[in-house]
Ligand binder design. Structure first.
Ligand code: F6R
Length: 606
């Protein structure tokens, strides 16, 4: 989704901004732009280009403009209003090119504002909603940029993270947010502004997250926010946010899945006591004891982790649980009992639909818990309490290692809540012990990478795939299908195995392979029956089975083995081959694996 970078301070070269903007490439975008104040000419220079940041850099260098300037603002755009054109790219500017704005979010009343401003004589040149902000600032400016921004924002309905510069008030960078993330990166004699910490970690790990309705005014040597804000330390390192020799971030991140589990559980398991320590829940632990229903809200991949969590929480913690997706939850009118807690699962902590559901729950006075990867994200700040998954930066658009972090955290939450209730010591110890072994077992699964690459070569010409699983692995079938379609652009569907005969079976033939997740667990016999149904209709089957199960070879075409573990924990092993399969298929088909078309990392608009 769109990305913002801004800067004011000792460095005066726009290329510093370009380098920071590149670190937001992973979010997905279709055009990019930059504007910088040149004090010699007393002008704001700007360049905007469709396509990659490389195009923008080339255009900047070819423009022969003086690259020295400060403050500057840059943007990667993911089109919502208006086509993908140079003119619609940000920064946008007013009639006289006095005010330049980059904006993430959507201005809902832009059409009426535009009409009104046009009647007042303002000339619009783009189709983008953001342009109204520049003309409003022009209208309200009377010598003080933040005052004009403040008045402008009063007229706007919708969501925004904005950064504004002006040649009329050039020693300032003014930023503001409402439902779209924005942070200040505090360096020495310099301040960065960014929509994502990835943009600033090469320069500083000290950040201040802006809250909704806050405006910050940043001068070269200081900054002013309307209220005192705590400094937050970014825990990621620059190295973690780089490819380390892998051809794609996605492959690197799949290879980090064992590490993601290890980081999630680090220091949180108490083997002897069969307990889990989650410091982030200490403040609400007594309230959680009294809860008798859980609603887990998430979107996409995170919702599949939530679904596996639902099964665990019901079976092992003995609490009734249900999953809802953010985009639906906000529009249905759920009847919620007061003894309910809501759990929000999100890698980014910035997903608009999940946040809307969170705010709805807060309105209703329901206890809210966040399971989030990004420290200081909106979700982390707005929930009553929470647990960080500690998966490290996830750069590829398709989520992989963060999913493992979410599953590991939900498993720990199950023990935490279960042991507050009826879960026996022996069961607590058993789950904790299996979790401890899990990183090594996950590493073992990764050894199948080359076998899975071979499988991808064998199946790369098929156009349709089914993924099936049962019980804990039913959500993993959905995850396998989503990952494949998302990056390889092949048709893939995931379904709980038992549903096949209620419709999907009609599609099965020799051209429609199925990936069946069939570990040796309580529903093994059931999924084998489903596999038989598929084979009877000529469908090829790849099985993800438990090591040692030689019988399965007699029924299916190909097998990938995973080690034995507890049934509830199996998804953290069975999903790894599916992530690798999706990756190799997409790479073999020559797709831009890390930046799938039409998609963006962290969906911050509705
Ligand atoms: C799929 C994927 C998405 C995200 C979804 C929620 O690979 O990445 O489906 O899982 O957009 O994002 P977060 O977890 O940031 O709320």
């Amino acid at each position: 989704m769109c990305g913002i970078v801004g800067y004011i301070g000792k460095n005066k070269d726009i290329r510093i901004g370009l380098e920071a903007l590149r670190r937001l490439e992973y979010r997905g975008y279709d055009s990019a732009g930059a504007a910088w104040y040149n004090s010699e000419k007393k002008e704001i220079f700007f360049v905007k280009k469709v396509g990659r940041i490389d195009n923008l850099e080339k255009a900047i260098l070819e423009s022969k403009l003086d690259l020295i300037g400060n403050p500057f603002i840059l943007h990667t755009r993911w089109a919502t209003h208006g086509g993908v054109t140079d003119i619609n790219a940000h920064p946008h500017f007013d009639c006289r090119k006095d005010f330049f704005v980059v904006h993430n979010g959507i201005i809902e009343n832009w059409a009426e504002l535009k009409e009104k401003l046009m009647k007042e004589g303002h000339k619009f040149i783009s189709e983008c909603d953001t342009e109204v902000i520049t003309h409003l600032i022009e209208k309200y400016f009377q010598g003080n940029l933040e005052e004009a921004v403040r008045k402008t924002l009063k007229e706007i309905q919708g969501t925004y993270g904005i950064a504004v510069i002006s040649k009329k008030d050039p020693q300032k960078l003014v930023v503001a947010r409402l439902s779209s993330p924005l942070l200040l990166g505090m360096g020495r004699e310099e301040t960065f502004v960014a929509s994502d910490p990835a943009a600033v970690i090469a320069h500083t790990r000290q950040v201040i997250n802006l809250d909704d309705n806050e405006i910050a005014v940043i001068n070269p040597n200081n900054f002013l926010i309307l209220k005192e804000k705590p400094l937050v330390q970014i825990e990621w390192t620059l190295e973690e946010a780089e490819k380390k020799g892998y051809p794609h971030f996605m492959l690197k991140e799949i290879m980090e899945e064992p590490e993601a589990i290890k980081n999630a559980i680090r220091g949180r398991l108490m083997a002897e006591e069969g307990l889990v320590k989650l410091g982030g829940l200490d403040s609400v632990s007594e309230k959680l004891r009294k809860i008798n229903h859980l609603i887990l809200v998430a979107c996409g991949t995170a919702s599949f982790a939530a679904r596996a969590g639902e099964y665990m929480l019901e079976e092992y913690a003995g609490i009734s649980a249900e999953v809802d997706i953010g985009s639906e939850f906000r529009y249905r009118k759920p009847v919620i009992d007061k003894d309910t807690a809501a759990i929000f699962v999100s890698q980014s902590g910035e997903t608009a639909d999940t946040l809307a559901a969170l705010r709805e729950m807060r309105e209703k006075g329901i206890l809210t818990i966040g399971i989030t990867n990004v420290v200081g994200s909106t979700q982390a700040r707005e929930t009553d309490a929470g647990v960080y998954t500690r998966s490290g930066p996830e750069i590829a658009v398709a989520s992989t290692k963060a999913f493992l972090g979410q599953l590991a955290t939900l498993t720990m939450l199950t023990v935490y809540l279960g042991r507050q209730r009826e879960m026996a010591l022996v069961m607590g110890k058993r789950i904790v012990s299996e979790l401890t072994k899990l990183p090594e077992l996950a590493k073992d699964v990764l050894k199948s990478a080359s076998a899975i690459e071979k499988l991808a070569k064998k199946y790369k010409d098929y156009k349709n795939f089914w993924f099936i699983g049962r019980k804990y692995n039913a959500p993993i079938a959905l995850e396998g299908a989503l990952k494949l379609k998302e990056i390889s652009y092949l048709h893939a569907e995931g379904v709980a195995g038992g549903e096949l005969k209620h419709g999907p079976l009609a599609l099965i033939d020799e051209n429609f392979p199925t990936i069946a997740i069939c570990p040796s667990d309580s529903v093994y016999g059931k999924i084998v029956s489903n596999i038989e149904e598929i084979k009877a209709r000529g469908g090829p089957v790849i099985a993800i089975a438990t090591r040692g199960n030689e019988d399965i070879r007699k029924i299916v075409d190909d097998v990938i083995y995973i080690p034995k573990t507890l049934e509830m924990i199996t998804p953290m092993l069975s999903v790894i081959p599916l992530h690798l399969f999706a990756y190799y298929m997409a790479a073999l088909l020559g797709h831009d694996v890390d930046h799938p078309k039409n998609l963006a990392k962290s969906v911050t608009v509705e």
